[in-house]
Design a protein around this ligand. Structure first.
Ligand code: NAD
Ligand code: MG
Length: 382
């Protein structure tokens, strides 16, 4: 494979830094030509010194750009990722911004790049078929980075045109998996952020604890693989060794396994159809001993049920679900609401924001802002 130019959007985050670890290991194969981040200027400066991109961006404009970093073109503001992509037009863009804040970058990446590597699941949960149809129309592959979707994508390589009966997404169960309902209601920020198997950004770690993350992933799988809601299900698998599975019509189930290390799925998206060596630790089956499974408990984790209902209700509902969740998670992390309020705020917004058709990205932002406004109002009242 030729040396690929790649943009890493959300470069200072958990996914972004792991992707850059892969770039660092394979300088002959990848050149990180565009790096963007939200507010962590010092971290981005250090990355820019190391990777020497053509363009860089920060949502929050720093007081000044250090003298030695003026070799690259700088962009500031909420649209810095989109503008940097348009300036550089790299071969690939890894979209690893958190939340609907990343939708605009995914949208632009489809115009500016040959391949879009998608970690930012909220862009699909909100942009939905607008995003997948645009990718199809432009012939731009949308390659999954989320570990479950990468696993399914890998298993589907063996489908060879055979119909799929169902997609089975595994879930670690998050930090509160075995907690009783009353304790979940009052779980503290530190407890919620203590994920048992994955080390990730704060927002997704909270989403894992409420299990909204698995709901967002079911919606993501629906859009990525064109599967109806009733053919996608989640199963609790605490060891996080099976990353997800595909069931075929003859009852055969293919699974993709590995140690929980996001560099596997990130690398697969970066070098697809080849596999990227990153000195992954071999899977030690004897040390693992057993792989276990359980049904998700929708009574203790009602946000997962809300997400499944939203997928069936239609695109406006998944936008509202996401907007209310983003507002609720931010409020929880700031200590403004208890953990147990998250599913209630989601449910309330789904009931309160009136349904409407989602035909354009502007419609997405409109439904999102109504959901946030509603959740904000309820948070102030709590
Ligand atoms: P994170 O919080 O660690 O990193 C987010 C990055 O985005 C940071 O670099 C931040 O500065 C940057 N950022 C935030 N807003 C921005 C904006 N408007 N413009 C440009 N940059 C912005 O989050 P993460 O854990 O790396 O997750 C990123 C995305 O990947 C999320 O959508 C998450 O759901 C998804 N994902 C993450 C993991 C994981 O293991 N961390 C796994 C699967 C999926
Ligand atoms: Mg995942």
């Amino acid at each position: 494979m030729n040396r690929q130019t790649i943009a890493i959007l959300g470069a200072t985050g958990s996914i972004g830094t792991q992707a850059l670890d892969l770039v660092r290991r394979h300088p002959d194969r990848f050149s990180a030509v565009c790096l963007t981040a939200g507010s962590s200027a010092e971290k981005l400066f250090a990355l820019a010194r190391e990777f020497r991109p053509l363009a860089a961006g920060l949502v929050e404009e720093p007081r000044e750009i250090p003298e030695d970093l003026r070799f690259c073109q700088w962009f500031f503001g909420p649209d810095c990722s989109a503008r940097a992509l348009e300036a550089v037009r790299p071969d690939a863009a890894l979209c690893a911004i958190t939340g609907i804040a990343g939708l605009d970058a995914v949208w632009t990446a489809l115009d500016a790049c040959e391949r879009v590597l998608l970690a930012n699941k909220e862009a699909l949960v909100t942009g939905g078929s607008l995003v997948t149809e645009k990718a199809k129309r432009l012939g731009v592959p949308l390659l999954p980075v989320d570990s479950e979707h990468s696993a399914i994508f890998q298993c589907l390589q063996a489908a060879r045109g055979n119909p799929v009966r169902s997609l089975i997404l595994t879930a670690s169960g998050g930090a509160l998996r075995d907690w009783p309902k009353e304790a979940i209601e009052r779980a503290g920020v530190d407890e919620v952020l203590r994920h048992p198997t994955w080390n990730m950004g704060r927002k997704i770690t909270v989403d894992c604890a409420s299990m909204v993350n698995k709901g967002l992933e079911i919606i993501e799988a629906h859009h990525l693989f064109g599967m109806p809601a009733e053919k996608i299900r989640a199963v609790i698998h605490p060891q996080s060794v099976i990353h997800s599975m595909v069931e075929f019509e003859d009852g055969a189930v293919l699974a993709q396994l590995g140690n929980p290390d996001m560099r596997g799925p990130i690398g697969y998206a970066m070098s697809y159809p080849e596999r990227l060596n990153y000195d992954a630790k071999p899977l030690d089956f004897a040390a693992i001993g057993s792989l276990t499974f359980a049904e998700p408990d929708l009574d203790r984790f009602p946000a997962l049920g809300c997400a499944m209902e939203a997928l069936k209700a239609g695109p406006w509902a998944t936008v509202v679900l996401n907007g209310a969740n983003e507002a609720a998670v931010a409020a929880f992390l700031d200590g403004r609401v208890p953990f147990g309020a998250i599913p209630r705020l989601i449910r309330d917004a789904l009931d309160a924001v009136p349904p409407r058709p989602i035909r354009t990205v502007a419609d997405v932002y409109q439904a999102d802002s109504e959901a946030r406004a509603r959740a904000g109002e309820m948070i102030r009242r709590l």
